[in-house]
Design a binder for this molecule. Sequence first.
Ligand code: COA
Length: 334
Amino acid sequence: MGISIKNTGKAVPKLVVKNDDLNRFVETDNDWIVARTGITERRIATSESGLDLAVSAAKLALDGENYDDIGLVIVATVTPDKLVPSMGALVKRELGLANAVAFDISTACSGFIYGIWIAEALIKNGMVDKVNGVSTNTINKALIIGVERLSRIVDWTDRSTCILFGDGAGAALLENNPQEKGILSSFVKNYDDTTNSLTCGMEFSKTPFTDDSLDNPEKQSLSMHGSQVFKFAVNAIGEVMEKSLELAGLTADDIAYYVPHQANLRIILSAAKKFKQPIEKFQISLNETGNVSAASVPMALYDIIDTGKIKKGDKIMLMGFGGGLSAGAVIFEM
Ligand code: COA
């Protein structure tokens, strides 16, 4: 049985915010941002909801498909439009995916990798091709979406974080197809964030029953200890790359292209160096998108497929790392 990535999609908001535009809010400059991160611009949602972006990306991934064949929708996000209903439920309703089970997952920038890992397990166990518990042979596809409007949780007065993030969505359509090799390995891992290096609190209702200290204890915007997260990222990406190669019985040279999470060019360069791979094998989209958390990997996957350079049979590695702390990698054959 092969679980292939059949198609992808991507959607970005219209507004392009260049590094120099950020000078209006914080003391920074283009040269510093480019040198320390590789980012030159990002997209920020002004009129687009997360659902708009998710649905646009999903429609591209579903181009030419019978929507009734979709048995599963997983949306990875830390910035849903609302808590209830889930983004997955909203996408299912908006697209009319009658046979899909839909839900959200929250594993920050590794979200899309975790989504594939979950979908692979569910498809392999025959859980996706069912309507009301009864097996069908046609409902054999899963839609995995990463969508973020990080601009809503960024602290726009903090120059060490607000320069890094952007908004957007990416989607991938997985298909259970015995003719394809598809996913060769998937591996995820959690690491305890003992120093709270990457956090974002949220607002809760005050209740007449609880102690005040339980309410809103944390800053309700993104807070990051950059250098700690940087060190974690460099180690974690190496570990998940190594483990996914081992599980697939491959070496780094066997991988035609790498699609890493788009957080910082220096993190990607360190992975290329560690595995003695040319940087040309790594998709770099972050210069135009910044870090879009769970949407980064599927957006970058769309970008590399869009170049037309991937050939049938090429092996591709997707790598994610981020808040939680969390990390993971997936190797698949095109
Ligand atoms: N513009 C100009 N100067 C800035 C700046 C900005 N936007 N942000 C920080 N600086 C300054 C700092 O104030 C500091 O100045 P000081 O030495 O006078 O105190 C200096 O630049 C170095 O700051 P530092 O935080 O040590 O920089 P860095 O080299 O670690 O780069 C990050 C900062 C955030 C780019 C980097 O740590 C990083 O990418 N971390 C990982 C982030 C990540 O991947 N997060 C998501 C995980 S999914």
